[in-house]
Design a protein around this ligand. Structure first.
Ligand code: FAD
Ligand code: NAD
Length: 472
């Protein structure tokens, strides 16, 4: 039986990053992963690299270029007659991006002398992992001083709209359409629904998104959500709130989706239907209980603030545990656990995990919303600033959006930063850094921001907290 200091189960952004950090710290490390790519060959990187963050952003960029060509370039005096989209070529490019990065992960594991096992990992008692390899190879048992569970998540399925992989698809199918659906239905106006709905909308689909909740982007700041909803409407994303799907019947030519909303029972006919109603922790055939690991009532592996499970020496990170299902959160937990295993101290600040929704413009935030602060009885001041008053935004034709900063009324410490606007995913990093150093809004207001840049919207929003914006 092979013995390791650490065996990691799962090679997504949680698992592979944890494995690399363990190896850097001198721990003898193995990583077990079962993902197979479309060619049937092992493909490391988990959901994020194979069917999540990376392919969705590759398509997002393709669709953005196509959209700009038709709608933004003419204003610059650039006319392209009869623009067309070659979906097969766009998908090939996306597949190549995925392949480059998944192979890159394999290379990183090798370079760090991590033993990579390709196959299914199952927990056994006594801190052992049974590996069932793909194909006809023999099962193998690995013994470890520490095990890190990083098995990720899978799409939630709903009985009224069963995935058939053809007409009714999940994120994986929606990333692989071979042509632009004329009419596309999406169930769920969450992150995946909005991002993939935007991709196909920009390529020419008529997109209808059915969302069960009455509030749009219920967890986001209310002003940001309102502005985003207004902008998406302008983009002709048809988002129906308070819509409860009753049935989805797939036929030869399309899918009839029946739903109830305030207007009563109605239906839409679409060519494809994407189900994006959330994700669940993935522990299928992992057998956590066999190793003394507890699972909570939502199927997630139970952990403490430092990702320890109920079983000594077994840790769990990423989508399979509580907290937001985000790649960077998974990776940071992976690094922290590796350092704890190596006897170092490590800290994960779950309050400072940034959120980004990659629509156009993007939505990004870190920290608390106004509603959360009010519910907690925290007194705060706020400042916001619109993109339209920023010179760089005008020059780029990116005038939709705003930045909003919330700061403690007494100490002025920044408690939340909320952005809807171009490059929000990049701009939010400044806010995360400021908050990590417990900065005040006055600190940001006194920080020099280059002109002309979109980051000036953060500067002006910080000035606005104290009622002293310059450009409004
Ligand atoms: P995963 O990435 O799911 O990896 C788990 C790995 O473990 C998989 O390879 C799986 O096959 C393997 N595994 C599971 N069980 C076993 C077993 N028993 N034995 C062996 N191997 C096993 N997040 C962002 O931060 N930014 C984004 O832009 C973003 N975009 C997304 C877009 C889409 C369409 C989707 C679906 C998700 C997106 N996410 C994004 C979420 C992100 O993908 C996840 O938060 C992230 O992948 C979680 O990492 P993980 O390591 O916990 O799990
Ligand atoms: P989500 O939780 O973001 O959104 C699901 C939406 O579906 C919610 O608004 C919910 O109210 C709605 N819903 C649930 N059941 C419904 C029903 N029966 N009918 C109509 N609406 C229903 O989930 P998601 O979009 O599937 O994404 C899953 C997770 O993946 C995200 O929460 C996020 O953690 C991760 N992700 C992140 C990114 C990113 O960071 N940019 C991108 C994609 C996915």
């Amino acid at each position: 039986m092979k013995e390791y200091d650490v065996v990691v189960i799962g090679a997504g952004p949680g698992g592979y990053v944890a494995a690399i950090r363990c190896a850097q710290l001198g721990l003898k490390t193995a990583c077990v992963d079962q993902w197979l790519g479309p060619d049937g060959k092992p493909s490391l990187g988990g959901t994020c690299l194979n069917v999540g963050c990376i392919p969705s952003k590759a398509l997002l960029d393709s669709s953005h270029h196509y959209h700009n060509l038709q709608h933004l370039f003419p204003a610059h005096g650039i006319e392209v007659k009869s623009a067309s989209i070659d979906v097969a070529k766009m998908q090939q490019r996306k597949d190549k991006v995925v392949q480059t990065l998944t192979r890159g992960v394999a290379g990183l594991l090798k370079k760090n002398k991590i033993d990579a096992f390709q196959g299914h990992g199952r927990l056994l008692e006594g801190r052992r992992v049974e590996v069932s390899p793909h194909g006809s190879g023999d099962k193998e048992t690995l013994k470890a001083k520490n095990i890190i569970i990083a098995t990720g998540s899978a799409p939630v399925q709903i009985p009224v709209a069963k995935i058939d992989g053809d007409r009714v698809v999940d994120n994986e199918g929606a990333l692989a359409f071979s042509e632009v659906p004329k009419r596309l239905g999406v169930i769920g106006a969450g992150v995946i629904g909005l991002e993939l709905g935007s991709v196909w909308n920009r390529l020419g689909s008529e997109v209808v998104i059915l969302e069960a909740l009455k509030d749009f982007l219920a967890t986001a700041d209310r002003d940001i959500a309102k502005e985003a909803q207004r902008t998406f409407k302008k983009q002709k994303l048809d988002i129906r709130l308070g819509a409860k799907v009753i049935a989805a019947k797939a036929g030869k030519t399309g899918v009839k989706v029946s739903f109830e909303d305030k207007g009563g029972e109605q239906s839409i006919d679409v060519d494809k239907l994407v189900v994006a109603v959330g994700r669940r922790a993935f522990t299928d055939e992992l057998d956590p209980e066999a190793a003394g690991v507890k699972v909570d009532n939502q199927g997630r592996i139970e952990v403490d603030g430092q990702c320890r499970t109920a079983a000594e020496g077994i840790w769990a990170i990423g989508d399979v545990v509580r907290g937001p299902m985000l790649a960077h959160k998974a990776s940071e937990e992976g690094i922290a656990v590796a350092e704890l295993v190596a006897g170092q101290s490590a800290h994960i600040d779950h309050q400072l995990v940034p959120w980004v929704i990659y629509t156009h413009p993007e939505v990004a935030w870190v920290g608390k919303t106004e509603v959360e602060l009010s519910d907690e009885g925290v007194e705060f001041r706020k400042g916001s600033f619109p993109y339209r008053a920023i010179g760089r935004a005008q020059g780029a034709g990116e005038t939709d959006g705003l930045v909003k900063i919330l700061a403690d009324k007494k100490s002025d410490q920044i408690l939340g930063v909320h952005i809807f606007g171009a490059q929000a995913s990049e701009l939010i990093a400044e806010a995360v850094t400021a908050m990590a150093f417990h900065a005040s809004s006055e600190d940001l207001a006194r920080t020099i921001h280059a002109h002309p840049t979109l980051s000036e919207a953060i500067h002006e929003a910080a000035l606005a907290v104290d009622g002293r914006t310059i450009h409004l």
